[in-house]
Design a protein around this ligand. Structure first.
Ligand code: ATP
Ligand code: MG
Length: 403
């Protein structure tokens, strides 16, 4: 058997909704591990943390099997939104500190050849426990010191022994692994992410997943005026974002004809904002059928001409549904760092023909007003254009692979 203690942070702050958040997190943890040759023997809440025990589904379990399983479980847990940190851990009754100290020593000593200093860090969640954390630290510490000859170093020890007293149990471990934090997917409403193939929009999708939103994807392409490469690229990005078996959908909508209509009938400087307003109108319609409660983009203030506060406002004004822009305050370096971390950067760098660079005006307006746009759109049959685009939508299922 292998076991893990899982810590969440923000969920612990939720009042009455806490059980809902915890249950969602447990559901997502189970799902992330489902295809490994392991069975969840136990997954339970104990005082603001989860305890997970895994048994093998196969008979032969050599040491190499457990080593691999530990790595793979850690990899999976490291991508489950809602986990602040987690650890490969052991559980023991806390009644007798001497027995506990002996158990800790017996468990950790085989793997500690390079150690010459250590520290014990106890957290006590059971208020009725007769000893304080400091007393437990020194009791366990004295035992380990006597067995090992290591010196105690509370600031920079070679080895930290973490101990958590919860209920009747003591959990202990030596390596705390950071999770990605945030909230479990599914506790917030679903959103529809407008994804372009660039660096920004995948990062926006990731950030909202981390706020608990299931994300679906919408891409506009200019095929047959350009190649369809952008659709394949965006599909790859969506798969990367849905790794670990998340399920989603990619809506792909041809936009070239609509762009040509805009180009033929409106002033060049307003084109980009008009493209965006039409994208939002189409997205709003599709969001209704996809049951998404908000749209999501990778826009960031000042990054390009279309992303001034004035232009973001005139884009929002085309629709009722809220447009979420989690990157508004980030600069390109910060966004790029995220993109590298989540593994979408390399895919985004691949060249593709973006539908917006196709038929791009030389001098896009940086400060449009609602009045200007209303006037320009008088020349267009908005409802008909949106309806026609929605009729041409293609839907691709996205089913993230396990690594
Ligand atoms: P990105 O790096 O995500 O492409 P960008 O910096 O290139 O963003 P723009 O091209 O101005 O910025 O696009 C702003 C946002 O509009 C994108 O982040 C995306 O949400 C949306 N968007 C742009 N083009 C498309 C498209 N072809 N299909 C779907 N959404 C798009
Ligand atoms: Mg782009």
């Amino acid at each position: 058997m292998i076991a893990f203690v899982l810590h969440y942070h923000e969920i612990a702050l939720k009042g009455k909704n806490r059980a809902f958040f915890e249950n969602k997190l447990m559901e997502n943890v189970r799902f992330a591990l489902q295809d490994l040759p392991l069975r969840v023997e136990r997954l339970q809440k104990i005082q603001s943390r989860l305890w997970l025990e895994l048994l093998p589904t196969q008979k032969e379990t050599p040491a190499a099997f457990w080593k691999e399983m530990r790595t793979r479980v850690q990899e999976r847990l490291g991508r489950v939104p809602g986990l602040a940190n987690f650890a490969f851990a052991h559980r023991e009754s806390n009644r007798c500190l001497d027995t506990l100290a002996a158990k800790i020593w017996q468990t950790i000593s085989p793997a500690t050849t390079e150690v010459s200093s250590f520290a014990v860090e106890t957290k006590r969640s059971s208020k009725n426990y007769p000893r304080t954390s400091v007393q437990i630290n020194s009791h366990i510490g004295a035992y380990i010191q006597q067995k090992s000859g290591w010196k105690v170093d509370l600031t920079r020890p070679d080895l930290r022994i973490f101990l958590e007293i919860v209920g009747e149990n003591a959990l202990f471990y030596t390596e705390k692994i950071p999770g990605i934090g945030g909230l479990p997917i599914g506790v917030s409403a679903p959103v529809l992410c407008l994804i372009s193939g660039g660096i920004d929009s995948p990062v926006a999708a990731y950030l909202m997943m981390k706020r608990g939103c299931p994300v679906q994807f919408l891409h506009f392409h200019s095929f047959p005026f350009t190649t369809k490469a952008s659709v394949e690229k965006v599909e790859q990005i969506a798969l990367q974002l849905c790794q670990h078996r998340l399920q989603s959908k990619l809506y792909s909508v041809p936009f070239g004809e609509l762009q040509r209509t805009i180009v033929a009938q409106t002033p060049p400087p307003l084109r980009v904002i008009l493209y965006r307003r039409f994208m939002m109108r189409i997205a709003e319609k599709l969001a209704q059928t996809a049951n998404c409660k908000a749209l999501l983009t990778g826009e960031s203030i000042g990054q390009v001409a279309s992303q001034t506060i004035e232009n973001l406002t005139t884009i929002q004004n085309a629709v009722q549904i809220p447009i979420l822009r989690p990157l508004v305050g980030l600069d390109k370096d910060e966004i790029t760092r995220y993109a590298k971390k989540i593994g979408t950067y390399e895919i985004s760098l691949e060249p593709h023909q973006d539908c917006c660079s196709y038929l791009m005006p030389a001098h896009p307006a940086t400060r449009t007003t609602p009045e200007q746009l209303r006037k320009a759109e008088n020349a267009l049959d908005i409802e008909e254009l949106v309806k026609r685009a929605c009729q041409q939508v293609e839907i691709l299922p996205i089913s993230g692979q396990a690594p």
